[in-house]
Structure formats: structure tokens, C-alpha cells
Design a binder for this molecule. Structure first.
Ligand code: ADP
Ligand code: NA
Length: 327
């Protein structure tokens, strides 16, 4: 139909955080009416670093299940595994031949990752951005929701697509960053100058979507604040500001209403209220996750149907590209 296409990929390397939920996932649920959405579990990207196979399989399935539990309708959104759609790898190879070493040398994420995995600087890590370009271009995606750390990847995707189109005519849609209603930006509970991230090594810095109520409350109680003890939203008090942002995004209340509601309380009581609100928000998602995990046949069916759907759309692009280059 006439809907624009939205693509997003996700790694199954860590557990999703409250930041991923309030900043992205929660808002994606509303996009299914306006866009044809593809949410890919990017397991081809995952093996650029060594993985335990059983563990990777488990985490990939948990991620896909969690997306559904968080509200993405798997009949309206194509939630699938990258490794089930061979077009990703095939297009990636072709695009490799239209990407310059110099461009890849400039990618900051490669520099970071090769410093982190110095014992395994493999070619896949180096050509990672080309696979990402293939992911996006394979579906003729119009928009891609990108975090600030992924802007460079979308830029190189556009450059590769424009180069290819320049040679062969209009083959690829040139993707734009998705600029819609922005979700809340959630910061680390231990260092509120840093964003909350699933790759943070300090487990107390993040609320994970599967954390139980006690853990959530304990983490909020330990959240770094200042010594003011006043529930007041201010630019130079990032700790309490982050907690107010989280409470606002979780409950839908405005910042000024929150300041009024907690005018006569201190940080301790407020932290407890935030913890309880977040636990209440996550509980139905966790219950649904448990339920879905038990229904193996249902999830298997979703995985199979969505792989077929993704294959169908990917082949349209792939055939066109293959013909252009002379296959
Ligand atoms: P992470 O840093 O947790 O690995 P990603 O970079 O994989 O997160 O981002 C996945 C999605 O979640 C992106 O759309 C990103 O903008 C969003 N996101 C990640 N962390 C946060 C955060 N702390 N606050 C708001 N949104 C976030
Ligand atoms: Na990241």
C-alpha cells in the first residue's frame, strides 16, 4: 500500500533498558498505522564479536518476544531475524563493491570497537556499516529512527545509495532520519551526564525491562542525586532532573504537577514513588513476556510468517539490483 517504510535493527547483545522503552519502543507502537515497519533482530551483525551460539539464539528470541510483549503487533510490524533473510548478506556483498576503504576508515564506531576487541579485529567488524546500509536499503526504507551514535551510519548509507543510483538510475530510496515525536531521553542512574545504555557495565546504572519490583526500587534508591533534597527541575541538577523526567514519562504527568505533588517530600520518598511507578509500568510487559515465552508455537509462527514477509519485500529490491549490476 501507499505507506512509507520504516526500518530499525536491534542487536541482541544486551537486555533492553527503560531508556530503550521510553525513548524508542513505547513510541514505535503508535507508528504501525502510519508506516510499514520492519524491526530486524540483527544477528548477522552480532557475530562480528565472538558469541556463545546457544546464548545468542536465546537472547535473539527473547528480544523478539520482548518487542511483542512491549506492544508491537507482530501482524502489523514485521519483526524478524536478519539471518532468515539472505538478501541482507547478498546485498551487502554487492554494496561492498560500491564502498570505499576511505569511507570505512572514517567510521568512529569501528575505531571504538576495534579498541575494545583488539584480539579479534575481523573484516566483518570493518564492513559492519555496509551490512547496515544493506539492511536499510533492502526494504527501500524511507525513514530510520536513529540514535545520535548512529548518525554516521545513516550518512554512509545515503552516500552508498546515491553513488549506486548515480551509476544505475533510481534503484534505491534515499533514507531520511525519522523525525517524529521524540521519546524521553533517559540518563544513567549512576552518572546522569551519560545516557542509560544496555551496554553500561554497571548494572545499577540501568533499569532493565525484566527487572523485578525490588530490584527496580533498590536501583532508584541508589540513584545519584545531589544534596538539595528538593523535588525541583533544574538544568544544573541532572540527577533529580532525570528522575523527574522518568516519572513524567512513566505516569504522563507534567513536570510542574510533579513538583507540586512532591513539594513537601524529600529525595527518599520521591525515589520510592518513581520506583513504584516504573515497576507498575513494566509489570504488564513482564507478565506478557512470560506468557509469550510459554507459547512456543505462537512465537515460531510469528518468526516464520515474518521471515516470509521480509523475504518477499527484500527480493523485489535484490532482483532489481542484481539485474543492474549484470547478474
Ligand atoms: P543502547 O545504548 O541501549 O544500546 P541503542 O543505541 O541500541 O541503545 O538504541 C536503541 C534505541 O533506543 C534507539 O532508538 C535509541 O535512540 C533509543 N535509546 C537508547 N538509549 C536511550 C536512552 N537512554 N533514552 C532514550 N532513548 C534511548
Ligand atoms: Na548503542
Amino acid at each position: 500500500d501507499g505507506k512509507k517504510t520504516l526500518f530499525s535493527g536491534m542487536q541482541a547483545t544486551g537486555t533492553l533498558t527503560l531508556g530503550n522503552y521510553l525513548g524508542a519502543l513505547k513510541n514505535w507502537v503508535a507508528l504501525e498505522e502510519e508506516y510499514q515497519c520492519f524491526y530486524c533482530v540483527v544477528d548477522l551483525h552480532s557475530i562480528t564479536v565472538r558469541q556463545d551460539p546457544a546464548e545468542l539464539r536465546k537472547r535473539a528470541r527473547a528480544l523478539l518476544t520482548l518487542y511483542i510483549a512491549a506492544g508491537l503487533n507482530p501482524e502489523k510490524n514485521c519483526i524478524y531475524y536478519q539471518s532468515h533473510v539472505s538478501g541482507h548478506a547478498e546485498l551487502s556483498w554487492i554494496l561492498n563493491c560500491f564502498t570505499y576503504m576511505g569511507e570505512l576508515n572514517r567510521m568512529t564506531q569501528f575505531k571504538d570497537k576495534s579498541a575494545k576487541h583488539a584480539d579479534n579485529i575481523n573484516a566483518g567488524l570493518y564492513t559492519y556499516p555496509v551490512l547496515m546500509a544493506a539492511d536499510i536499503l533492502l526494504f527501500q526504507s524511507d525513514v530510520v529512527p536513529v540514535g545520535s551514535d548512529q548518525k554516521q551510519h545513516l550518512e554512509i548509507t545515503r552516500d552508498i545509495a546515491e553513488r549506486f543510483n548515480g551509476i544505475y538510475g533510481d534503484v534505491f530510496t534515499i533514507p531520511e532520519p525519522y523525525i517524529g515525536k521524540q521519546g524521553a531521553r533517559i540518563m544513567s542512574l549512576q552518572d546522569p551526564e551519560k545516557k542509560m545504555s544496555k551496554s553500561d557495565e554497571n548494572a545499577n546504572a540501568s533499569i532493565y525491562l525484566m527487572d523485578d519490583t525490588d530490584t527496580i526500587i533498590r536501583k532508584f534508591k541508589r540513584a545519584v542525586t545531589d544534596s538539595d533534597n528538593e523535588i525541583h527541575y533544574s538544568e544544573d541538577k541532572p540527577g533529580i532532573r532525570n528522575l523527574i523526567d522518568i516519572y513524567a514519562a512513566t505516569t504522563g504527568k507534567s513536570i510542574s504537577d510533579i513538583e507540586k505533588e512532591f513539594a513537601n517530600t524529600g529525595y527518599g520518598d520521591f525515589k520510592l514513588a518513581v520506583g513504584e511507578a516504573v515497576a507498575d509500568l513494566l509489570k504488564p510487559i513482564q507478565d506478557r513476556f512470560e506468557e509469550l515465552q510459554k507459547d512456543k508455537a505462537y512465537i515460531d509462527g510469528i518468526i516464520k510468517a515474518n521471515a516470509e514477509k521480509a523475504n518477499y519485500y527484500s527480493l523485489k529490491t535484490l532482483r532489481k539490483v542484481q539485474k543492474k549490476v549484470g547478474f
